[in-house]
Design a protein around this ligand. Sequence first.
Ligand SMILES: *Cc1c(COP(=O)(O)O)cnc(C)c1O
Length: 458
Amino acid sequence: MKYISTRGNIAPIGFKEAVMMGLATDGGLILPESIPQIAPETLAAWAKLPYRELAFNIISLFATDIPAADLKALIDRSYGTFEHQETTPLVQKDGVYILELFHGPTLAFKDVALQLLGNLFEYLLKERGEKMNILGATSGDTGSAAIAGVRGKENINIFILHPHLKTSPIQALQMTSVLDANVHNIAVEGTFDDCQNIVKTLFNDLEFKKEYALGAVNSINWARVLAQVVYYFYAWGRLPEQGKVVFSVPTGNFGDIFAGYLAKRMGLPVEKLLLATNENNILSRFVQSGDYSLGQVVQTVSPSMDIQLASNLERYLYYLFNESAERVRSAFAELQQTGKIVFSAEEVQRVQSEFLSCTVNEAMTLETIASFNKETGYVLDPHTAVGVRGALECVKGHPAVVCLATAHPAKFGEAVERAIGTPAPLPPQLAALQGKETRCEIMAADKELVKAFVKAKA
Ligand SMILES: *Cc1c(COP(=O)(O)O)cnc(C)c1O
């Protein structure tokens, strides 16, 4: 399997190189040259496979340059860290199915991708005899999942910047209580934007980037998308009947739902993908009317979806534009010049043939956590609640609606408490964090300080 760029200006590369490249060198996103097709008999045969076997069957179609035994070992190690023996169990509540993606080390769905990416990086760096310094900024979830993905790994250091005292206390502890020598937390005296700006500036410092082999773990890495394709197949196989299914996906960067789109293109019987957003609803406007115009980011109770520019959308646009890299390039030039992309009526119609969408505001989110809890006893986290509300409103009565549960409710205890009066009970991993020893460097929002710190520790 070879990989290409949505912008059309890289020579085809293998899977291993695609993982190491991250963002394509022409500024585009990496995609497989063709999408493998899974025949209905094969799908049926895969339906009841254990998670790791299914993951191997799917990932090996794309990672053709990694020997089977090595890939198996990488997958086993990645999902051996999940608390639940099913990895991503499917439960039924109140007429909808909930796919629990939060049983990994940091209790958010990003673990599914980042556990695999961490192991892949270690494997590939060893093979190449190289080292990597991962640098990233986080407002919460991604940072802790990235740290959990690479802690203790050989030839990798990770530097994660978070805004000092501006993440939730649990999220900060999930990062700073990791004491492995290769993990470096930096609490920046400033905002998340300050953190992100510092990281961007250092990545643009090409000399520094090259000398210190800076790497990223953001959601544009192809391996992250690929890891997420697996659980769409898994959920379908766990339904009582293997018919057409609707997936409801709480969406920010479009990574998770794009994995669902790929699963559909591979042959999984997906009727629709329901794209659910909070007030940052550029993507639901896009689905509803083809309006893709950037707005201001507003803060909500589902902070991991507070995003305007969804980086993974470019992957979908490539297919929407019938695999024309030229049209992708002109669309993003248009976005840069005018702050929006204009779509043809035919394109909007095609989007609507694949996706449903809805916007769920803060009041609706809290109300859904409360009513769902009252009816089923189940506690939704605010991100998951956005998707569940969308499912209950837009696809009423459908026999197979699967809502992706992207975080454990205890990670967002404050919002849950506002909704139901009590916080969600802390699972043992989170309870154990209280009073743990921590290590973290507090620093002014100054790129030179961060640069000097990376140089000293790398
Ligand atoms: C990252 C995240 C999302 C959004 O996923 P995307 O792939 O960015 O669309 C939703 N919920 C939680 C809890 C997350 O951490």
